[in-house]
Ligand binder design. Structure first.
Ligand code: TMP
Ligand code: MG
Length: 297
């Protein structure tokens, strides 16, 4: 049976045969994809991380900014604040991706990072009416193939939940400017709270960082009624913390997880292969998710 499935995938989803695609159990992945295909588009939902998952990690050798880093623009923040944010990034990002530290060890440090960054941003009283221009000037880029990814899901009315520890207002502006903010898109993220003059005064709700997406998922589950009755989940992420984004889905049948391994490839390969069903190594495209979606739907 396995041989037949391998054959099927080779002909139906040749993208899975690329050498940048790693799988712990290829047979089980194929079985899951077939089972999702039999259930069809009406049973499917997609849950995706944003920064470095839907957006590119790098382009022409330069890092593509995350939603937080898009705010590093003199329109919005001072030179002094820029320096402070960069110091924080250089301190905490290596901790976030450090394979030798446990999640328990990273958790309080991530809270520290996000809290410090948000305090700095609030001090700058960032203006809501300048966010669109900052996004436009930022050089942010969605992964190649984003248009067919978003458009196909919208056409088939498959809900797409974007679950981001980034900044929701910036994220929305990125997908709006790329013309893919379709009605099937729901977003869970850190949203800015502006005062009546349009200046940032706080962040709303529960703080979401890389390693507490489970809490965010559970607290929003009840509000996302359109996701009920869709037991098959395609999950996309670039961090091991992203694996808990589907924890709010109560009665799931099949979950297929795809992990983008962008950085520290050799150090993290083993843990990614052990944690995600499919690992995409230094792949700046959405070709594999698109091929799977086109087979399933
Ligand atoms: P994500 O959940 O959409 O991937 O967003 C979280 C990413 O944002 C995480 O990988 C770290 C990154 N980040 C920055 O680039 N700058 C910051 O100041 C903070 C707090 C996070
Ligand atoms: Mg990410």
């Amino acid at each position: 049976v396995l041989a037949i499935w391998n054959q099927l995938t080779k002909t139906e989803i040749p993208e899975l045969a690329k050498c940048s695609v790693l799988m712990r159990e290829r047979g089980r992945v194929e079985e899951t994809i077939h089972s999702m295909q039999r259930a069809g588009a009406g049973s499917l939902q997609v849950i995706s991380d944003f920064d470095m998952t839907l957006t590119r990690f790098a382009h022409n050798g330069r890092r593509v900014p995350t939603t937080h880093n898009i705010l590093i623009n003199r329109l919005l923040i001072s030179e002094d604040c820029t320096q402070k944010l960069k110091v924080l990034l250089n301190t905490y990002y290596p901790i976030e991706i450090d394979p030798s530290r446990s999640v328990e060890e990273k958790l309080p440090l991530m809270v520290e990072w996000w809290t410090k960054v948000h305090e700095l941003l609030i001090q700058q009283r960032i203006r809501k009416d300048l966010l669109a221009q900052a996004v436009n000037e930022s050089g942010t880029m969605l992964r190649d193939g984003y248009k067919s990814f978003f458009d196909r899901l919208a056409e088939q009315q498959i809900p797409l939940l974007i679950f981001s520890a980034g900044v929701g207002d910036v994220l929305e502006e990125v997908i709006r400017q790329n013309q893919v903010f379709h009605p099937n898109v729901n977003i869970i993220s850190n949203y800015m709270d502006f005062d009546p003059t349009g200046a940032l005064q706080a962040f709303k709700g529960l703080l979401i960082h890389t390693f507490n997406k489970r809490e965010g998922a559970l607290s929003h589950a009840a509000g996302l009624k359109n996701l009920q009755g869709r037991p098959n989940v395609l999950l996309l992420g670039d961090s091991l913390g992203d694996l808990t984004m589907a924890d709010g889905v109560s009665e799931h049948q099949n979950i297929l997880t795809i992990g983008f391994l962008n950085d520290q490839v050799e150090e993290r390969k083993e843990s990614y292969i052990n944690s995600f069903d499919i690992v995409l190594v230094k792949d700046e495209t959405l070709d594999v998710p698109n091929a799977i979606l086109s087979y399933i739907t």
